[in-house]
Design a protein around this ligand. Sequence first.
Ligand SMILES: [Zn+2]
Length: 507
Amino acid sequence: MMPRRFRQPTSGRRSREGRSPVSFSWSSVLVRQSLAATLLAAAGTANAQGSRTPLAPGLTVITNVHVIPMTDRAVIRDAAVLVRNGRVERVGPARQVGVPNGARVIDGKGGYLIPGLSDMHTHLYADQYIPDTVGRAEVGVMLANGITTARLMIGTPAQLALRRDIEAGRVLGPNLWTASPHLSGRPDTNARVVRTPDEGRAAVRELGPAGYDFIKITNFVPPDAYEAVMDEANKGGFRVDGHINAGVSVARAAALGQHQQHLDGWFEEILADSVTTRASLTQYGVYDLKRWPSLEAIDERKIAPLAGRVARSKVFVTPTLVLFNTYFAIDASEEAARRLPDWELIPSKFRGAVVKAMANYWSPANLAVRTPERRARYMELRNRIVKALADSGANLVAGSDAPDFMMAMGYPLHRELEALVKAGLSPWQVLSMATRNPADFLGASTEWGTIAPGRRADFVLLAGNPLDDIRHTTRIEATSIGGRWLARAELDAHVEAARRAINPSPD
Ligand SMILES: [Zn+2]
């Protein structure tokens, strides 16, 4: 399972700092692969439309709310929203919307209604750490966090089945988008190994039409194989999203149309011309103590021009700030993790291993190199890159990369929004990154991402105005998914069910 996300990579399957937290069974992989063949054959029917959950029948008016439609910068005060059969029919000042006979009335209690949130980079524990069947409980936690659209960034056939179950109403969950198994230059869980151009083309030809929403690329793919992947994907009209591989520049990936995760490649590309090394802190670079001094060789004047190139390419960037800021720069202690609502949703056997790996990263000896000043600089640069991208008009979306490290699913998206505001973006820009921008990205703008007539009734009711303080996105009173209204008590029940499913016998 090693380098699926950001644990330290090695040439083998085990690392020094990040030992594999869960025992790994090849037999379970083989079972999944034969299941994969069966499910792939059935995946051609996958829904490519923007609406991926059932729409609730009936007529509902949500009254006594302020609506933040995200169509423009307006807030409609003392508003109402009329929902018919799961779609918005009218939205505006309450006296104009009215209450039709027979409509169910929901009192918004003076709260703020925003479009449902999107997490554009998430996973499920159920994709490798715990049984697939737990995935249906995990998506409930997303809804409890106001997430009505989620993009699962490493796909499995079981996730295609979950997506179909949600579409058919057999499971209550958000609109799901699902990546393919990831293209990686090394064997890994749910990976498709790509080491040569021929392997790259074959992988795209097979995975592109297999029902996944896009092709995911992670690490260790050689540049010539990468070029072949992008060529084949562009010919076939398949989106590619993911990491920037070593030897591939941010600018080159953008020029080829690859959507980008984690600000990969940036630290290397903004090193001063005067230094000979091109090794810096992107990705696994953070684990390499020798690379930390490279922060002193960054040439900040290179940030804005590169941001401009990325913006002009129109690719979408998911910065995943909070993951890096927290676990590699701020505080990854067990005490900090225990303070989060995430803790009880992390599989117990996984917690201890992550705590141990993080304790090593944060050991006094390592902190002698990863000094507070350097860690602050690391974070400051990541923030500056995001701000430069925003100032250049780049396409930005919000993604948490949960669950990983001490993050369970759902909750970290809100911390990501907060981190983006700290990076200098306005709350409106940040809220756009979790509502309208993802809809643009996924071609679903006529379905969700804003509150307007004809759109799905995917909303979150908040107890405070997130444009005043982005942290108000955590104060969730209710989530509406396709017009199905889930009040706080029901959302809490979903979280509790997930706790029990993830840790059936808590220790
Ligand atoms: Zn990820």
